[in-house]
Design a protein around this ligand. Structure first.
Ligand SMILES: Cc1cc2nc3c(=O)[nH]c(=O)nc-3n(C[C@H](O)[C@H](O)[C@H](O)COP(=O)(O)O)c2cc1C
Length: 360
């Protein structure tokens, strides 16, 4: 019997969605200070297998399934999430300025569609607070990504300065950084993904400066939306290649509503099952254009091993999930990793890396 789907989820789903998130979050915050509980969890949920392991941009991944940005916005529980089987964690979005986000309610469950809509609007404590938090906490055992965004009060014309502030503050704490230019909940933000070069140039210059004598640049990813026109997407991918970013995360949430059952319109970004096909198609398009010059991370509507495998076949070296964890509960990542081992074996692949892009 699955306790999550029969008992815990029905209880959590009686709560207002943001309250349910906070309840789970506070629980995770508590247990992250109890090593014995973390050990029990890891024994139950972590799957180790050679077929799941891979190395990218100087990091070793024990498995390809990570936590998507937005779950741990202030980088507070990155230490406990790997105990649930995640192979890497992405925190954020962190902005230069502390901001409370949009007024509530701002998170909605679409149970019939196995989806969520959120318009949180980058609620986070800001780069200075997060820097202090990192100073107090040892690095996690898995690769850690930090997703950065533009503060709402900063004009688009000064976006590069704003991103650079956060990048510099948190530089030494992340194994990779993600430039979020695709959240639909910060007015005008998506304009940046149509003209990436100025932002990417500024970050590259700062990356070179901060890297100094070590010579190893911090890997930088760009997170794109699934709603770009084919022309804009092609230009964005071209710009990423030209400016030598490490890779692309595809995708953020969508503004499309054609695939869900909604009596009244709800503003915000849609995630979960209805996003899956669109985000996989976007990933495939990027893979075909990039021809191996970018590392791709696939995210959007992953609930099962087959969903994760489809992203890998479409070109993703790594995958992430958020909504799938909300609906599926703590055993989701374990099930995905177990299933991936079987799917790889069935198709004759020795490991995840061999399967990347084979369906594109
Ligand atoms: C409640 C919520 C908050 C999110 N916040 C962020 C965020 O701060 N930064 C970001 O890049 N993506 C954010 N996302 C998007 C996810 O990282 C992911 O790209 C998207 O939800 C698709 O994956 P999923 O279908 O597995 O949820 C958020 C998603 C949800 C559901």
């Amino acid at each position: 019997m699955k306790i999550y789907s029969t008992l815990i989820r029905p209880f959590l789903f009686t709560l207002e969605p943001e309250r349910a998130h906070r309840t789970v979050f506070e629980f995770l915050k508590l247990i992250q200070h109890v090593p014995s509980i973390k050990k029990v969890l890891a024994r139950r949920y972590v799957i180790e297998h050679r077929a799941l392991e891979s190395s990218h941009f100087g990091c070793h991944f024990k498995n390809p399934v990570g936590v998507a940005a937005g779950f741990d916005k202030n980088c507070e529980i990155f230490d406990v999430l790997p105990c649930f089987g995640f192979g890497f964690v992405e925190c954020g979005t962190v902005t230069a300025k502390d901001q409370s986000g949009n007024p509530g309610p701002r998170m909605f469950r679409l149970v019939r569609d196995t989806a969520l809509i959120n318009r949180l609007g980058f609620n986070n404590h800001g780069a200075d607070w997060v820097e202090e938090r990192f100073k107090k906490t040892p690095a996690p055992e898995v690769p850690l990504g930090i997703n950065i965004g533009k503060s709402k009060v900063t004009d688009l014309a000064r976006a590069a300065e704003d991103y650079c502030y956060t990048f510099e503050k948190l530089f030494s704490f992340g194994d990779y950084f993600v430039v979020n230019v695709s959240s639909p909940n910060t007015p005008g933000l998506r304009e940046l993904e149509k003209n990436l070069t100025p932002l990417l140039r500024a970050l590259k210059a700062l990356n070179l400066k901060l890297t100094g004598k070590s010579g190893t640049l911090k890997p930088i990813f760009v997170k794109v939306s699934p709603d770009m026109s084919p022309g804009d997407l092609e230009e964005a991918v071209g710009s990423c290649i030209k400016n030598e970013v490490t890779g692309i995360i595809a995708t953020n949430t969508t503004l499309a509503r054609d695939m869900v059952h909604l009596a009244d319109p709800v503003e915000g970004g849609l995630s979960g099952k209805p996003l899956r096909r669109k985000s996989t198609e976007t990933l495939k398009t990027i893979y075909r254009q990039a021809k191996g010059r970018l590392t791709l991370i696939g995210v959007g509507g992953i609930f099962s091993a087959q969903d994760a495998y489809d992203k890998i076949l479409a070109g993703a070296s790594l995958v992430q999930l958020y909504t799938g964890w909300v609906y599926g509960g703590p055993s989701t990542v374990t099930d995905i990793n177990r299933g991936l081992i079987e799917l790889l074996e069935k198709d004759g692949f020795k490991n995840v890396q061999e399967a990347v892009g084979k369906g594109a």
